[in-house]
Ligand binder design. Structure first.
Ligand code: CU1
Ligand code: CU1
Length: 275
């Protein structure tokens, strides 16, 4: 059984095996296919057209499936690996975990944002960026530069207390849990973390920074926590809504899965600590 752990509690061996599996996917070209897929969905997901991965109810199931695919790819390299999650309400400093040389490496340098240490620094030669939105081939970060503070636990609690999953117009203007967690309205949780990291994380090619997976594993855990607190609340819409993925509608790009198939994470993995 896959158990997703808080990154702050990984053993040195767990950190080493996670990094090695990520680097092997990169070496084989499988990693970059995930970056390509993500960017294609970011570009296509608009507020008034067909939208699947972002700005819509299926933001959470889409990323759950995307992470599952990535985790299975990691496990094809090393069956002992699981995705760690980064609780950014607790681990909020740019100088400590997960920004250590034995996991993600640290902040970018001030001149151009280039990450200089850790396994994903350009100088290692192991992490050339091939799926890009500009000419720069090196991983960039500017931790806390464009937005100073990561979301707090109190802000997370305020979003977890919302009782409705999502509502019309089913986009970035919606009220409800999904849009506040995604971050287009209110305290801004998920989007703010992308901007706080900066560099590629603030673009459609955000999976170029491996922190993408740790961030989304935590967003995914917050969804599970919300479900536990609101057992009567359902994924909506449940049918007949144009341009967004209804409860039992096949979800691109996989088409063999609908949000209904992904509401319960427990057939796929457990968390080390429940919400
Ligand atoms: Cu995304
Ligand atoms: Cu994201």
């Amino acid at each position: 059984m896959t158990v997703r752990k808080n990154q702050a509690t990984l053993t040195p061996g767990e950190r080493r095996r996670f990094v090695a599996a990520v680097l092997e996917l990169k070496r084989s070209g499988r990693y970059d296919a995930f970056v390509t897929t993500h960017n294609a969905f970011v570009m296509a997901d608009t507020d008034y057209g067909e939208r699947t991965g972002h700005r819509s109810p299926s933001f959470l199931p889409w990323h759950r499936r995307f992470l599952l695919e990535f985790e299975r790819a990691l496990q094809s390299v090393d069956a002992s690996v699981a995705l760690p999650y980064w609780d950014w309400t607790a681990d909020r400093a740019a100088g400590s975990a997960p920004w250590t040389p034995d996991l993600l490496g640290g902040d970018g340098r001030s001149r151009d944002g280039r990450v200089m240490d850790g396994p994903f620094a350009a100088a290692t030669g192991d992490w050339p960026l091939t799926v890009r939105v500009d000419g720069r081939t090196f991983l960039r970060r500017s931790l806390g530069a464009r937005v100073r503070e990561l979301p707090t636990r109190a802000e997370v609690e305020s979003v977890l207390s919302m009782t409705t999953y999502d509502m019309a117009p089913w986009n970035s203007a919606s009220g409800g849990f999904r849009n506040h967690l995604e971050g287009w309205r209110g305290v801004n949780l998920h989007n703010r973390v992308h901007v706080w990291v900066g560099g590629q994380m603030a673009t459609g090619v955000s999976p170029n920074d491996p922190v993408f997976w740790l961030h989304h594993a935590y967003v995914d855990k917050l969804w599970a926590e919300w479900q536990r607190r609101h057992p009567g609340a359902q994924y909506v819409p449940d049918g007949g809504t144009p341009d967004v993925v209804d409860l039992r509608e096949p979800m691109k790009p996989w088409n063999d899965v609908s949000p209904a198939d992904l509401l319960d994470h427990r057939p796929f993995y457990a968390f080390d600590v429940a919400g």
